[in-house]
Design a binder for this molecule. Structure first.
Ligand code: NAI
Ligand code: MG
Length: 354
């Protein structure tokens, strides 16, 4: 098992260190694992003058899986895209062809009080949002800024999907649904956008190959509403890059803290990039305050998706449930009557439970 470890910036290194400790604990001495650490984001600029250094990209290409922390610094939006620490991740995903972003949203029963929604609305919640990751308005050309015919400043981006791009994410979606509850909801805006008409048409056509999966369609605005009103009606949701970005953050918050939520970005094979959903959290970085569970659960997804180690993944997820049941809480999920712990102690707790 060859794993590239890219801790990045802010709390990235802190939470990634705990994920690596749990990884070593769950694999024991029986598995040959090679971990290669490399800088990315601001750390890449500091050490190699590039947020995505050539050497880091090479290590990521050569690896079977990538454990990523987080990258970016507040205010870095002002830096041109290619040199922006926060954009290093977008470039890496694109370079590696990781087009399918899996973002599970599930509720740990112990954290039911951490959500802003009523317990009965979210109890037992377990859904998977599948977001297309390498197309859409984030990458569509033309894009830019300029001056229009009236001499006014303007800016533009292009929402664009090709048929093969929609086909491949649709296949991933149907296969994912097949392995779960055989229910897939495709989210688009086909009532307004041509590109989303193509999306709906292609998803529907691919669906003919998966007769055992129940396919429904929703417009993004209705989907957002339904996700808040009755999230348990969904099992797998598939959508494009920008709608998926927004919808998955909303789904994440149904379950409580962003510090709990893992993600996986996959390409055509088993190689994947695994990262917590959260960012670099500069407000709490370097203070041993960050919740490492999202990073640890991302590592569990790696065991499952890239290495087929379902039993070990189950053990990690079980260990997380156990530390929560024992009452260990970082600040972001703290509830009265529980024990407040830091990043390291939470990681140690999971190691012990594993
Ligand atoms: P953020 O996720 O870093 O932080 C949002 C809030 O959640 C903050 O109050 C933070 O303290 C808290 N939080 C986040 N992770 C936590 C954890 N593990 N434990 C406890 N509390 C946690 O998002 P924000 O503030 O919008 O972005 C900060 C920087 O991170 C920006 O430069 C942004 O570009 C970058 N970013 C990077 C991402 C990535 O690498 N994938 C994703 C999102 C943001
Ligand atoms: Mg987002």
């Amino acid at each position: 098992m060859k794993i590239a470890v890219l801790p990045g910036d802010g709390i990235g290194p802190e939470v990634t260190a705990e994920a690596v400790r749990v990884l070593k604990a769950v694999l024991g001495s029986g598995q040959a694992v090679e971990l290669v650490e490399a800088p990315i984001g601001q750390a890449g600029i500091d050490s190699a003058g590039d947020p995505l250094p050539e050497a880091t990209l090479r290590i990521a290409r050569a690896a079977d899986a990538i454990l990523f922390g987080s990258a970016g610094m507040p205010g870095d939006e002002a830096i041109p895209f290619a040199m922006r620490p926060g954009a290093s991740l977008l470039r890496l995903r694109q370079q590696l062809g990781l087009f399918a972003n899996f973002r599970p949203a599930f509720l740990f029963p112990e954290l039911i009080g951490a959500s802003t929604l009523k317990p009965e609305v979210i109890e037992g919640l377990d859904l998977m949002i599948l977001r297309e990751l390498t197309g859409d308005v984030y990458f569509g050309e033309p894009r830019g800024t300029g001056t229009n015919a009236r001499g006014e400043r303007e800016a533009f981006n292009t929402m664009r999907y090709s048929e093969p791009e929609v086909e491949r994410i649709a296949h991933v979606a149907f296969r994912t649904a097949r392995a779960r509850k055989r229910k897939l909801c495709s989210v688009d805006k086909a009532n307004v956008l041509e590109v989303m008409q193509l999306w709906r048409e292609v998803v529907t056509r691919v669906g003919a190959e998966y007769q055992d999966v129940e396919l429904t369609h929703l417009f993004i605005d209705a989907a957002a509403m339904q996700l808040m009103r009755a999230p348990k009606q969904f099992d797998v949701i598939v959508t494009g890059n920008i709608f998926g970005d927004i919808l998955s953050d909303a789904a994440a918050m149904l379950t409580g803290s962003i510090g709990m939520l893992p993600s996986a970005s996959m390409g055509a094979g088993t190689k994947g990039l695994y990262e917590p959903v959260h960012g670099t959290a500069p407000d709490i970085a370097g203070k041993d305050l960050a919740n490492p569970l999202a990073a640890i659960l991302s590592m569990a997804m790696m065991l499952r998706y890239s290495f087929g180690l379902a039993e070990q993944a189950d053990r990690v997820e079980g260990a997380v449930r156990r530390v929560l049941a024992e009452g260990l809480r970082t600040g972001d999920i703290f509830q009265g009557g529980c024990r407040r712990v830091g990043t390291r102690e939470m990681g140690e707790g999971v190691v012990a439970a594993v």
